[in-house]
Each structure stands twice: as structure tokens, then as C-alpha cells.
Design a protein around this ligand. Sequence first.
Ligand code: MIC
Ligand code: SF4
Length: 641
Amino acid sequence: MGLNLAQKIIKEHLISGDMTPGSEISIRIDQTLTQDSTGTMAYLEFEAMGVPRVKTKKSVAYIDHNTLQAGFENADDHKFIQTVTSKHGIYFSRPGNGICHQVQLERFGVPGMTLLGSDSHTPTGGGIGMLAIGAGGMDVAVAMGGGPYYLTMPKVVKVNLKGKLSPWVAAKDIILEVLRILTVKGGVGKVIEYAGEGVKTLTVPERATITNMGAELGATTSIFPSDEVTLSFLKAQGREADYTEILPDADARYDEEITIDLSSLTPLAAQPHMPDRVDTVKNIGSIKVDQVAIGSCTNSSYMDMMKVAKILKGKTVHPDVSLVISPGSKQVLNMLAENGALADMVSAGARILESACGPCIGMGQAPKTDAVSLRTFNRNFEGRSGTKSARVYLVSPETAAVSALTGVLTDPREFGDCPLIEMPEKFLVNDNMIIAPAPENNDVEVVRGPNIKPFPINKPLADKITGKALIKVEDNITTDHIMPSNAKLLPFRSNIPYLSEFCLVPCDPDFPKRAKENGGGFIIGGSNYGQGSSREHAALAPLYLGIKAVIVKSFARIHVANLINSGILPLTFKNPEDYDKIDRDDEITIENATGQVKAGGDIIIKNVTKGIDIVTETMLSDRQIDMILAGGLLNYTRENS
Ligand code: MIC
Ligand code: SF4
């Protein structure tokens, strides 16, 4: 039987398990990436493992999230990461060099390889045919040490692309259409694989926009074939030697299939406050716009920026709109500066930000109260922009740029002729902001400023677990709810005690206080709990607050792995309606917790307040059972080494 792309790469990297969807497998990781807001913790964990030198083919540490240095904290983290990576054999991409996913695609990604990144948008690498997966920092630390990465063998969904995009319709509109069809939980346990005649009409940056935002489907990853389009991109980056053709077998089998006719798509937008609340720009209508933000790892390529520059050229941004633009990398910014496109943006009134995540993660540019903000980003969760009452719409760069001029949400097809941008034959290659690590057996001193605090480590699982249901939340709770990130909090990513004071505050401002007063307890949630980012802080802060188990209808992939790595018991209601049988402040007990977890089946929890038993499931593999019993991955690794 023929193999699809995902199965081919998995087969080539398989260490253990059988490739039946749903069973646990482990794979060898070729490359890793970290960024600074998850990286500090990941390197502290790597150090705790005691491995002197990374064992991957290439590992890179990026500084792109915390570049707003309002105090010493971010700069301290940068120095820690720079020195710890140099010591242990990891390349360091300096602040200013660009957003991790954009730079990784340009300079390091290799078709057919596996990439594990401590950032949920790592699947951007699927745009050049990598199997690129986002994970918590601890999993990335293990991979850097040469350990396997464990995952559930995914189902593979074929997205069959027919035809060709019409003028003014963009790659962003394709992924918004996929989100409309599949929703923010439709990709859980699946790889989204793109195929069909439409694939060859899309450039690598367009493909990368699509695989990037596959993260919003909850998918394990997304992938495109590596073909002649990939080759011309790598050639233009001076990296043709990294090219291998990777195509699915002609008789490849898929678990599911959907078809999208590219020629029938029109400009789309995701409405507040979820990436799957998609409608056409036409249907949403000409709402007044206060802010337009162009950039992020989804839409900050040279091609995207050139389209924007062409639209803005010779015009002026509407007086009621603040337009901010962050080119994705130093390569992109440098090319725009050299060819005059940057001047066109500046002259039109755009505010140019550095090549970093910036407003995407609330690092500055919080919109005004009740603002409408159009963003080319990938997430529009409530409050993520830094302004709770702001309404964020996710759109293509074309829709964003045209609307910045008109002052209202505008279908770009009304604007006139669509700018035609050719893929450059040569990108400007200058890697002088990437620092190679020190040689083996070096004496690099790791610099630890006062912001670097030890991280919490769990205790082995207790036999009887008791506590209150400290909070009850609804469906689709994101890691931005569990562990908010913004300009005020991101500097404290290496300080869990401080961060824990903000844990779940967007859902209930008293949660941290109540958790502390009660000596910990339980979190009750709906479906797709923990969707969004890879930040393990969304597990470490609850751990610090004494959370023993999280009981929900269903979990998002990366978050449940982070809970297990931290030794927090993840439980799902066997019967989702049982969610209604627990209220906040109910006393919960799990008797014989170790025995029940060891048995690997259902776990009975007692709602002591209501006098009822509720059946939950764990879905843990044998390895995960041992991790939970040991109190998390670090304890487990120590016990087994
Ligand atoms: C995000 O887009 O939410 C982030 C910030 O990039 C996160 C990582 C983090 O929380 O540091 C992600 O997507 O994993
Ligand atoms: Fe950075 Fe935003 Fe991409 Fe996250 S989604 S990596 S914050 S640009």
C-alpha cells in the first residue's frame, strides 16, 4: 500500500511503536528550534538533564518574542540563552534577525527532516516538506539531548486543492477556508496534507502561511510536498544542496479527504474571538477599522511585504487607522530597504516595527478601547492583543493593506489591479546575525541574571487525591486564558511563582488566590481545553498552585503533553454530560489514584459534595502512566537513567 507524505517521513524516523492511528509512536528528531519566551525554561530543563552537547543535526535558539525591553528581565533572558546555547552546541539567532519560523524556513529547514520546536507554529516548516511539530519546552529539551519524541500516530487528512487562486485572493484565505470547514478542534490527532493540482500554483511562502496556521486547527502538523517549487525557493536561498523531492506515493491512502476549489475562494476574515469564526469580507461588511497590523510568522514573508508595499505606494493611510508593519526577518527587511519598498511603506504612513512577533503576542501596539483591529496574524483570542474590549479580525495582507487606506474593512477586489509580485531569483543572504556555538569542551560561562528562577518539580502521585473544584470553565479555553502573555507578563517566563499569580485570571481573577488558600485542587473544563500555544507555563503555573488533576471533556494536543510532563493528571469525562455533575467548590476525591492510574483504564472520581461517582478516562500510554506516577518527565528520566 502506498504511503502519504506524513507516513513516509514518520516511517523513516520511527524509533518505536506501530503506525496505526491512535497508538503511541516515537520518532527521531533531526532539528530543533526554541524561541525566547519558551526557550529560557527549555534550556533550564536541558541543563537539568545533564547532557553536555546537543545530539541533533541542527538546533537553533531564536530571540523574537520578548524584544520589548522595558526592564532588565528580557535582556537577562537573552544573555542566558546566548551563553547556554553556545556552551551546549546550539546556534543563536540574535534579536533583530527575525521570527523563528520565518528564519528557520529561509535558512535551516530541510525537506524530509523532522523539526521539533517549542512553539506551536513550528509546522510552518511543512511549507518545504518537513515534518515540523510544535511541543512543550521539556519535549524539545529531551530531543536536543538525543531522546525520541513521543506522539500519537496521527490520521492523515488530504486537502485536495483544485484550480488556482483568483487575483486578490491569498494563501491566508485558503487556510481560513480550511478553518471554516474543520474548526479549531477539527485537526486534533491529525496531519493535514496538501495535494492536488493547486499545490504547484502556490509558492513556498504561501504554503508556509497555510501550514503555519494549521496550528489553529489543533492539528499535529500540516505538510506540502517538496517539489520543483521547493527547489526554486531553496535555490534562491543559496541552499539547493538541501533539496530532496518528497512526494506521496501515487496510490497513497488517506484517512479523510476534503476538496477546496481555489478558483471559487474569495477574501475571508476570521471574526472575534476565534480563528474559525470565518466569513467572507463581503458578508462581514464595511466595518470601521482603528488599527491594521501586518506581520507575524503567518504573513511576513518578502512576497507578503512586497504586495503590501505595492498597495500602499503613493497613497496615505486613512487618518483614523494606525498601520503597523513588522517584516518577518532581517532578510526580508534588508531586501525591502534595498529595493525601495520600505520607503513606499514609510511614505504612506506605516509605522515600521522590528522583525519580531511584536503585537501578535501583545508586545506593544495594544489597540484602543473597543477598537476593531485587522491583523494578518493567526490568533484572535479575546484579550491577546493587550486590550480586552478590542475586536480582532484575521485577514490576508492584501485585505489588511487595502483596508488601512480606506479606513473600513474592504474586499481588496474593489481596489483595482492586483499587484503582481515575482518570486526573487536570489534572496539577500547574510547570516551575520546567527552565532555558531562554541566548540566542544569549551569553558563558556552561562550568565544567569536575577530573573532566572528554578522551575517547580512535582512529587510522585499520591495514593489519595483530594481537593476542591477550584474553577469550572467552558469549551475552547486557550493557553492565553490559562497563562496569559502580554508585554507585562512575558518578561517573567522564567519566574513561575510570579506568573502563577495570573493563572486563569482572564476566566476568574480570584483563581490563584483561591488555589493557594485551598492548597491546590482541581480544574474542570469543557472540550479542546488548552488550545493554542505550546507554552508549558500553562502547566507549570497550575503545578505551582497545587493543581493535582485537570478534568475536562477533551484536551488540545500540546497542552495535555505538557500536563503529563509536569505530572498533573489529565482526565476526560467518559460521558461528556458528566461535566454538569461538578460545580465550583465541590469536594472531589480520587481514591487509590496510583492503583487506578497503573491499571490504565477508567478512573473513578468521587464528587463528595454531591455524593456521586463520576467515570473519567486517562488515555495514557504505559510510558505516560510511569511519568504520572513519578510526578513528571524529569523525575521519570532521573528514575530511569
Ligand atoms: C503564541 O503565538 O502564542 C506563542 C507566544 O508563540 C506561543 C509560545 C509561547 O507562549 O511562548 C506558541 O504559539 O507556542
Ligand atoms: Fe510569534 Fe505570533 Fe508567531 Fe507566536 S504566532 S511565533 S507570537 S508571530
